[in-house]
Ligand binder design. Structure first.
Ligand code: FS2
Ligand code: SF4
Length: 570
């Protein structure tokens, strides 16, 4: 196997024997094959649209769900990938037949150095053998190693992967948005264009591939906007709200991941049953939405960031529903029987529930003992966390923020957010946030916020403004961008880059890649990125990004030097 799509990749180079995430070589090869087939499906669906005016809706729907399944920490279940490949083959075969039946020319598989002619995605035919072994063997033929050795150009293949990872992250958000009621078909189609593009001769040069990556960032902005619209239409605009960070006595059900629709279904199904519902991981911002926190049995939040789940889930005396990433394989003989996956998530040996069909997880919550009165008492001492600084709430505070800037009470704003992870190097974000001057504010979002929890940032001296504003999930980066643009306009700044605003971002997986591409598309410069730079960006590609966008690696050993530089230059 060879996989380097996430930040924790082995030795900062690539996972080659087994994933640090736990992904097996078989699953890695199946995912490689699926991505290859999705490139083919994208090409053929767009070809059918171009030649016959056909609707891409059916392909789109599957495309974004299947892309999402290949993100880091989403799905480890081989059998599910066999099904995804089979469906991709069936959809592509049907398109081929319709194009042929209409007497239109087939989609040509152009000659490119990174695919052998018979293994070009546009030429792929349905498998004759859907065993894991056969599909994994086919996947190994089209993986990154194969394409790098065919071209001898690690920089080009790395940039093509940048397009692919950005498209994966954006597809995941598009999938969430569609499930939540806003279907961004045009932007999803742009992601299909991007995946088809990397199969064409135009993707043979670094500038063109980088340009396409920025287009993925632009599509992702539209998608994050759609997701924000879906969330706020269904659940109201987030508003500041204190979250209890521990349990109450009684039966318990934990909902993890990002999917607010699944959380609401669980809240409806458990109403009146005596089961308390808790959020975990990226679900913490759910408490900011009026239509979710109105449920009295949404009792609080349990646990920290995703990487602590193997320890924390063993201590949870109730049932657990995994709606999206990040999920990890439970240690054998622990909480497998209490955990359920849904949507695109999957773990071998863990029950998978169809969308909205959550009676099994509720039944399991009723069987398990739940929390005791002593657990509740111990949790009473935990400080609450303030969530709910979505776009409206933060812009509502904008006049006070502008006054604070004018009066010299607010001198700098830091965006410290993104992903969290298990590496000790991520303590950089705790260390730097503890050093920030009192005259600064911090916007945070994504699971990186867990690096800031437990520190009391208080209020800006002489104001009632909290210094830490939790804007929500990683996808709420859209709201953060809108706030920055509004602040730039209100202060008469030429662009976001002129603001006393510094972005110190922590990345881990492919949604973060999509967000980064959106920021670059907007022309945001001087972003600090850590803890490690992407392994798929070679030194040559990094040089391009540094020259164009002044991207900087986080100085993990000397956060005080990063801070000094940010205060001076932004
Ligand atoms: Fe955190 Fe994991 Fe949000 Fe990422 S819970 S690293 O997938 O999407 O952020
Ligand atoms: Fe390694 Fe990350 Fe790929 Fe998992 S997703 S195999 S940890 S690079």
């Amino acid at each position: 196997m060879f996989c380097y799509q996430c930040e924790q990749t082995t030795h900062g180079k690539g996972c080659i024997t087994v994933g640090v995430c736990g992904k097996t070589p078989e699953t890695a090869a199946l995912q490689d094959l699926l991505v290859h087939r999705l490139k083919g499906l994208a090409g053929w669906a767009l070809h059918e649209k171009a030649t016959l005016g056909a609707d891409t809706a059916a392909s789109l729907d599957f495309f974004r769900a299947a892309m999402f399944s290949t993100l880091t920490n989403v799905n480890f279940d081989e059998s599910r990938f066999v099904d995804y490949v089979r469906t991709a083959d069936q959809l592509t075969a049907k398109i081929r037949s319709r194009v042929a039946a209409a007497g239109k020319p087939p989609l040509e598989a152009p000659s490119v150095p990174w695919f052998l002619p018979h293994s070009h995605p546009f030429a792929a035919m349905p498998s004759t053998d859907y065993s894991v072994d056969a599909l994994a063997a086919a996947g190994r033929e089209v993986g990154i190693e194969s394409r790098r050795s065919l071209t001898g150009d690690a920089t080009l293949i790395g940039l093509q992967e940048l397009v692919c990872y950005g498209a994966k992250g954006a597809a995941a958000y598009a999938h969430h948005a569609a499930l939540a009621g806003v279907d961004e078909q045009a932007a999803t189609e742009d992601l299909m264009h991007a995946m088809a593009f990397v199969c064409t001769p135009e993707a043979g040069g670094a500038p063109a591939v980088l340009g396409r990556a920025l287009q993925v960032g632009e599509a992702n902005l539209r998608i994050m906007k759609a997701l924000e619209t879906a969330h706020t239409s269904a659940y109201g605009h987030p508003s500041p709200s204190e979250v209890r960070m521990g349990p109450r006595e009684g039966k318990a059900l934990l909902v993890t991941g990002h999917d607010l629709t699944d959380l609401r279904t669980i809240l409806d199904m458990t109403a009146g049953t005596g089961v308390n519902v808790y959020t975990h991981g990226e679900m913490l911002p759910a408490h900011g939405y009026p239509e979710l926190r109105k449920y009295p049995h949404l009792a609080g939040h349990f646990g920290g960031a995703w990487y602590r789940q193997k320890v924390e889930f063993q201590k949870f005396p109730g049932a657990i529903l995994v709606t999206t990433n990040c999920v990890l394989d439970p240690p054998k003989g622990t909480y497998e029987k209490n955990m359920f996956t849904t949507g695109e998530t999957g773990v071998t040996g863990v029950s998978h529930l169809a969308a909205g069909d959550f009676s099994a997880v509720v039944a399991r919550a009723l069987e398990l003992p739940g929390f005791t009165a002593a657990d509740e008492k111990a949790a009473d001492a935990l400080p609450p966390h303030l969530v709910g600084f979505g776009r409206e709430a933060t812009l509502g505070a904008a006049p006070a923020v502008l006054d604070a800037i004018k009066e010299g009470k607010l001198e700098h704003i830091f965006l410290i957010g993104g992903c969290d992870g298990s590496e000790g190097s991520r303590r950089y974000y705790q260390r730097i946030s503890a050093m920030l001057p009192e005259t600064s504010m911090i916007l945070t979002l994504g699971c990186a916020k867990y690096r800031l929890l437990g520190q009391d940032f208080g209020t800006l001296p002489g104001t009632a403004l909290p210094r830490l504003l939790d804007m929500g999930q990683c996808n709420d980066s859209y709201a953060a961008v809108q706030v920055a643009v509004a602040l730039a306009e209100a202060t008469g700044s030429a662009s976001v880059n002129e603001l006393p605003l510094s972005l110190d971002l922590s990345w881990f997986e492919q949604k973060a890649v999509a967000v980064l591409l959106s920021l670059l598309h907007l022309g945001v410069t001087d972003i600090r990125l850590g803890p490690a730079l992407p392994a798929f960006v070679t030194p040559e590609a990094l040089q391009i990004l540094v020259e164009a966008y002044k991207i900087k690696p986080a100085d993990l050993k000397h956060p005080e030097e990063d801070l000094a530089a940010m205060l001076q230059h932004g």
